[in-house]
Design a protein around this ligand. Sequence first.
Ligand code: C5P
Length: 221
Amino acid sequence: QQNGPLAGKHVVITAGPTHEPIDPVRYIANRSSGKQGYALAKEAVKAGAKVTLVSGPVTLNAPSGVERISVETAQEMHEAVANVLPADIAIMAAAVADWKVANQGTEKIKKQADGSLPSLEFSENPDIARFVGHHESQRPKLVIGFAAETTNVEEHAKAKLTKKNTDWIIANDVSPETGIMGGDRNQIKIITRDGIEAWDDMPKGDVARKVIEKIAKTLSK
Ligand code: C5P
């Protein structure tokens, strides 16, 4: 039996990138390190929650006390999340690929003698946050999405809140000069239905602790 402000709560967290295969040896990925999602998982455990971390390929160890389900593709992440519901809180921190390669090679794609180039076709991946936010029978009480943007951060975040039916969007500017993606610090804005809070730049561990505190406070209201 755990103690703490989230005792008895089940928290599902997605984290990391997804890998979308091109053929058996190649894939498309992104620069997400998983650090923010893993930090949130660690803090949620500390707050007494039962934590399921659905993670794309990262080099991080699972924080102790967390149940980690490791996946590769967005499709696998979607299935894993669907399988671990119900949850009281969902935090969708993964950088899920929007598209998968529709014409994946079943064998390694070879260079052509005539110099002709392969072309990739794409199809849309499931939107996991949107699926969770709109879930008819098992929507968590609090659904939190992230918005990694490089332009018009607030405007895009608000649009996501509506489209995905999340309660909050945690927005950050991932322009390369911010060093946020893959880095150890984060500067976030929390967009809720009531407005926007802008937080100072701080280590991802501090962001995680304060986000978990805010979640506990919100659920106790
Ligand atoms: O639409 P966009 O990808 O910018 O939205 C970001 C938010 O949606 C993040 O919380 C991310 O984890 C989630 N997402 C998702 N499944 C997708 C795409 C994004 O869960 N296919």
